[in-house]
Design a protein around this ligand. Structure first.
Ligand SMILES: CC(C)(COP(=O)(O)OP(=O)(O)OC[C@H]1O[C@@H](n2cnc3c(N)ncnc32)[C@H](O)[C@@H]1OP(=O)(O)O)[C@@H](O)C(=O)NCCC(=O)NCCS
Length: 178
């Protein structure tokens, strides 16, 4: 599996990917929204890098025949030093560790852009996501003032098993470079 930033040419494959998700996965990924990716979400994914918003694809296969097997978006709040994430994995791939690997990848990316905390929101009925988050050491709470969602949060400053924690050393250099 490789993980890379979304590019404008990914629009059609991405549409097919989201169209292929089961209604349950779609519902869980978009926190209750049924079919159809909200246009605002698509816009944001394709403008990755703008306003601290990023989107990545997880792909499987040889370089000339890659299939999208997952996607994620993440956004940095520089003031709070927090990264918010949302992820999904193609249904056929559930239970094979893709979600875990993708989340680990996002933790790396969050550390690399200077975040101290990574978090996401899930529906309380989403056993898969909450199981995965718990397994990776996330704390489960609620977003402030919202008891309908569960927030999974991890302090990545102190996490020992974030695979690229050392890349945080690059952050002051990047900040200095503007
Ligand atoms: C949540 C999701 C990303 C997990 O991806 P995945 O590739 O299946 O996850 P993994 O295979 O890495 O599983 C990791 C852990 O999740 C948990 N898990 C997976 N399926 C589970 C289930 N049916 N019930 C409870 N826990 C489950 C387990 O703790 C598992 O650990 P294990 O290796 O000991 O089994 C995937 O189910 C998905 O895309 N769901 C739809 C979108 C979504 O819910 N996004 C989250 C909201 S942002």
């Amino acid at each position: 599996m490789t993980v890379r930033f979304v590019e404008p040419s990914d629009i059609e494959p991405l549409r097919r990917y989201f169209g292929g998700l089961s209604s349950q996965s779609h519902y869980n990924r978009f926190l209750g929204a049924t079919r159809g990716v909200p246009p605002s979400e698509f816009e944001r994914m394709l403008r990755t890098g703008e306003a601290h918003h990023f989107a990545v694809l997880a792909e499987f296969g040889a370089a000339d025949a890659r299939t999208i097997i997952g996607e994620a978006r993440y956004a940095l709040d520089p003031q709070a030093q927090a990264v918010e994430v949302g992820i999904s994995v193609a249904d056929d791939w559930h239970g094979h560790g893709v979600g875990s690997a993708l989340l680990a990848n996002l933790e790396c990316r969050a550390v690399a852009i200077g975040a101290a905390v990574i978090f996401g929101d899930a529906l309380p009925t989403n056993r898969e996501m909450l199981g995965l988050a718990r397994r990776r050491g996330y704390r489960l709470t609620h977003p402030p003032g919202d008891w309908k969602l569960v927030r999974f949060t991890r302090d990545i400053r102190i996490a020992q098993d974030v695979p690229c924690a050392r890349s945080s050393r690059a952050v002051p250099l990047l900040a200095a470079a503007g």
